[in-house]
Design a protein around this ligand. Sequence first.
Ligand code: G4P
Length: 529
Amino acid sequence: MTESDNHIVAEANRRRTFAIISHPDAGKTTLTEALLLLGGAIREAGLVKGKQSRRAATSDWMEIERQRGISVTSTVLQFPYQGRHLNILDTPGHEDFSDDTYRTLTAADSVVMLIDAAKGVEPQTIKLFQVCRLRQIPIYTFINKMDRESRDPLDLLKELEDVLGIRSYPMTWPVGAGGDFQGVYHRQRQVFEHFRGRQEEAEVLQVSGVDDARLSDILGAAAAEKLLEDVELLDVAGEAFDLDRINRGDLTPVFFGSALAHFGVQSFLNDFVQLAPNPTPRKRLDGTVMPTDAPFSGFIFKIQANMNPAHRDRVAFLRICSGKFERGMSVHHVRLNRPLNLSQSQQFFAQDRTTVEEAFPGDIVGLHDPGLFQIGDTLSAGEKFQFEPLPQFSPEHFARVTAADTLKHKQFQKGLQQLSEEGAIQLFRMANRTEDLIIGVVGRLQFEVFEHRLRAEYGAEPVLSHLPYKYARWLAETPVDALNYDHASCMIVRDQQQHLVMLFSDDFALRWVSEKNPQVRLYETSYGL
Ligand code: G4P
């Protein structure tokens, strides 16, 4: 190995690229902020924009941009911690929930699943979890808001298993909750972190074990006894710690704490940086790319238009999968089969952009995009190969779309095509009437953005008539005439890759079709088709 290869390996090994998945209000912003504070990336809380401003989205695109604040402009936050380089990928939630949220997960090597201790597993978490499951990536769980009334911790773990189908290994175990919350015990380190109120610094106590008499002194006899019983039960009847299973996404390490009180966050982060994987191998159509393979390669997972009103440009986000990225380097744009000079590369932190001179596997780089990129594009400095295409995920809202002005039909078609390639919407055509165009989105706000952009960037006015469908399911090629389905609650369309897709209005319609067509397998994404 050359010195430069060694350098790439060392840098790749330092990277931890992860996303936080949660339901709105579970505390993602608060946890992100606590992590950034620990890493010294910010000095005080408040940089990550308040939710209040994010909530009031309006239909004005610029206004949406402004109000989305950090969820748009950051995309990835980097900070150093204990010699590691952490990249937190932002997964837009709330009304920003969109196809991008899912796609961002394809760029992560692991995720932190944040659960509200009072609410347990919530719908948005389930959806995001399922996407992680597809790739079998490691999932670390942080159960938040222990300083508030919470559900029984064993119940919460059972719910992870029943609802998500994932086994858990509690790394820490809580004593009490809400007003009685006393802290967490770290099962492997035999450390007790004593919670002394939201404003107080935690007291950290190294004990000889869960039966150490000092725990009784601090917690009181009854609470110490309960902790002893709980931990013994976990040791005897719970899962064993198994990093291979964790790395396969089969077992999740669980931590308890309070992001708001910054309690339990540091011990979580200490374990996370040790255990979470460095950049993982990536699948290409004909094999695998190892992060330490030279030369450079990466793929585009997100395209953001109008990142900053002052620039009015598009930025394509590139996940580096192997080798070293250097500004100005010449790479091959595989789909376009042409060379490309990567001179305009940027990283983002809150409202700031900085030029990136070099970056390594696991890093995310923003590339100025004059319209060259599509979601899933591969860039490579070596041989010409293609990473596996990014899957399409089931939209939840659908509309038939036509051009208000038939004279503008050309612009309308071009806009639709480009916006779908950019991942702003999913475009479908009816299987038997291909001139009928249907668009699908994961989050409703995408419709507004789509209408605004079609008008502003392509000069075409769309007319949307909303359709009553809620799910899309992909299916392998099959004779459409042979499918048994109810036309009132289903529609058959094709996506841009010509895959067959069925749209369903509700669970009942979905189940009915599954039962009546046992020969047909319905897929929740286009993954693997
Ligand atoms: P999100 O990004 O996942 O949507 O959640 P966010 O961090 O904005 O947190 C949602 C609410 O939960 C906020 O309160 C936040 O202060 C609170 N919160 C987060 N972590 C904890 C915790 O560990 N303990 C307690 N008790 N509360 C927590 P809010 O009043 O709705 O928000 P704001 O109006 O103050 O911004």
